[in-house]
Design a protein around this ligand. Structure first.
Ligand code: HPA
Length: 275
């Protein structure tokens, strides 16, 4: 019998409880090329994932592997600098465990950012998209397995996975910060190979606006644990699968994530004090 998520969560929390300071209010998971947001955190406590009992360690490009706790725009935050991806071989439940730990550290709100390809032909690299909903095309789910009722329900409602109130606050913050922001549906895949052009045209026809390899496991686990979620995508490449489709490289993705990341950082600066 494998250990329950609750046992794993409690062991992970115990292993760092004396180092985490005041409870966090807001948790953030930073996507590729967006890690520099962590630099603005003051009173930093940094905890490498390797020092958290039973915690997976991140290996993706542009990702470190540490929790950063501290203050950002006057709010107590905990950031995962370096996220865990299915394509690295982490199980959906490992990814869920990380999110439960953020909740256990006090965070009631989760902000997820990611790099994503633009399925929507109106999007350009360097753009920003508010995630209004997602489609989980990974074939996985972090809640498969025994359910811990102390964490959440067996069948959590997902009809408002991305919290409408947080979305409204993000819209207002983007307006105030003069950051143009699309709104759309994020398609989550396991990766690591990119989509074929036929797949991209299919995801677009299914209603997707952006496509990426993260976020959906985290959002499901967060909703399960009773957190509200705000999701923001950095559009890093065109992914229409049409005749205009160019070749994707990780270098372009990381470079364009930095352009979107500057806009996202400006928006967060306005957003965080009002959350
Ligand atoms: N597809 C999947 N994941 C991605 C992409 C993409 O085009 N761009 C950045 N992450």
């Amino acid at each position: 019998m494998t250990r329950s998520q609750l046992d794993r969560l409690e062991a992970a929390h115990r292993s760092i409880a004396d180092r985490v300071g005041a409870p966090a209010e807001i948790a953030m998971i930073l996507g590729s090329g967006l890690g520099h947001l962590a630099e603005a955190v003051t009173d930093q406590t940094v905890i490498p994932y390797g020092e958290i009992e039973g915690f997976p360690t991140s290996t993706a490009p542009g990702h470190k592997g540490q929790l950063v706790l501290g203050t950002l725009e006057g709010r107590r935050v905990v950031m995962m600098e370096g996220r865990l991806h299915l394509y690295e071989g982490w199980s959906p439940r490992d990814i869920g465990l990380a999110v439960y730990l953020l909740a256990r550290l006090g965070a009631k709100k989760l902000i997820v950012t990611n790099a994503a390809g633009g399925l929507n032909g109106d999007y350009a690299p360097g753009d920003v998209m508010l995630i209004t909903d997602h489609m989980n095309f990974t074939g996985f789910n972090p809640l498969i397995g025994p359910n811990d009722e102390e964490i959440g329900l067996r069948f959590p409602d997902m009809s408002r996975a991305y919290d409408p109130e947080l979305a409204d606050k993000a819209r207002a913050a983007a307006r105030q910060a003069n950051v143009p922001m699309h709104e759309g549906i994020y398609v989550g895949l396991a990766g690591p190979s990119l989509e074929t052009s036929a797949e991209r045209r299919y995801y677009r026809s299914a209603g997707g606006d952006a496509v990426g390899m993260s976020t959906v496991m985290e959002t499901i686990a967060a909703v399960h644990a009773g957190m509200t979620v705000l999701g923001i995508s950095a559009i890093t490449n065109g992914a229409t699968g049409g005749p205009e489709q160019t070749i994707d490289t990780v270098e372009d993705v990381v470079a364009n994530a930095a352009i979107s990341g500057t806009k996202i950082a400006a928006m967060f600066k306005t957003l965080l004090p009002g959350l």
